[in-house]
Design a protein around this ligand. Structure first.
Ligand code: CP
Length: 305
């Protein structure tokens, strides 16, 4: 079985290598074969934080599999504005649907929701905690574009202290062989110690550096990130905004076959002229994300084994 017995997906540590292989095989199958297996099922999208890709791709994935989607807005449009707790909202909404995909600004919110929910909770980002489905689509992009998930040199660039998707991906990479991570950031934005301990335990070699130019010449994958004003202190943002910009000249210095990925949105950290580079796959990544989310919904809602 791909996920734990309750079928909640709150963190990437829940996956095994074999369950990732199964999920990705299903994603590739769904690209080729129409599938209506979620007809009659309802997904609730609860987004307490802004989103374009995650929210719309989950909705699209559900509709493409024959299912339906209901949504709850944060702010004045829901009873959150009257002071309803997250737990009570989940207890109520779980009567209206078969699964809930939720984004929330607080780390640990998905686990809190899972504790009280009688239906599956899918974490679509919980503060600076995790963004598991983004990491799944990042890894699926690597598999599709490089043809492998072992023996890879990956450079993650920029905002490593707060980037939940990079945290989730690091946990997934611990399940593969011969992975080397180059963690490129300013000293104050280094990845947190819990991830470093995990990488050491799972024999993922890593180095920390502030030299993006050097990393770009040797990496198989450049994982660029956005400086996130919403999580960084004003001092951190002021000091780091505008650093680590991938230009066309830098992209041209990459190895043949190496790729640039980015969860998006970008706010200038990859210049527009990189979009036509053979290394740029961040818009293809969006399509892979739809396939992975289709595979995940089908798995969770039909208990696929
Ligand atoms: N990558 C990502 O999570 O994008 P959104 O914030 O638009 O969902």
């Amino acid at each position: 079985m791909i996920l734990n017995s309750m079928h909640h997906l709150t963190r990437t540590q829940q996956f095994t290598r074999s369950s990732l292989d199964q999920l990705f095989a299903l994603a590739s199958k769904l690209e080729k074969e129409p599938d209506n297996s979620l007809k009659g099922k309802i997904l609730a999208a609860l987004f307490f934080e802004p989103s374009t890709r995650t929210r719309l791709s989950f909705s699209s994935a559900m509709l493409r599999l024959g299912g339906s989607v209901i949504t709850m807005e944060s702010g004045q449009a829901s009873s959150q504005a009257k002071g309803e707790t997250l737990e009570d909202s989940i207890r109520v909404v779980s009567n209206y649907c078969d699964a809930i995909v939720m984004r929330h600004p607080e780390e640990g919110a998905a686990d809190r929701a899972a504790k009280v929910s009688k239906i599956p909770i899918i974490n679509a980002g919980d503060g600076t905690g995790q963004h598991p489905t983004q990491a799944l689509l990042d890894l699926y992009t690597i598999q599709r574009e490089l043809g492998r998930t072992d023996g890879i040199n990956i450079a993650i660039v920029g905002n490593l202290k707060y980037y939940r998707a990079a945290r989730s991906l690091s946990y997934l990479l611990g399940k593969f062989n011969d992975i080397h991570l180059t963690l490129v950031s300013a000293p104050e934005l280094r990845i947190r110690d819990d991830i470093k301990a995990y990488l050491r335990k799972h024999k993922v070699t890593f180095e920390e550096t502030d030299n993006m130019q050097a990393a770009m010449k040797t990496a198989d994958v450049i994982y660029q990130t956005r400086m996130q004003k919403e999580w960084m202190s004003p001092e951190e943002f002021k000091k780091n905004a505008g650093t680590y910009i991938i230009t066309r000249k830098l992209a041209d210095s990459m190895k043949k076959g190496a790729i640039i990925i980015h969860p998006l949105p970008r706010i200038g950290e990859i210049t527009d002229d990189v979009d036509t580079s053979p290394h740029a796959v961040y818009f293809k990544q969006v399509r892979y994300g739809l396939l992975v989310r289709m595979a995940l919904l089908k798995t969770i809602l039909t208990k696929w084994k």
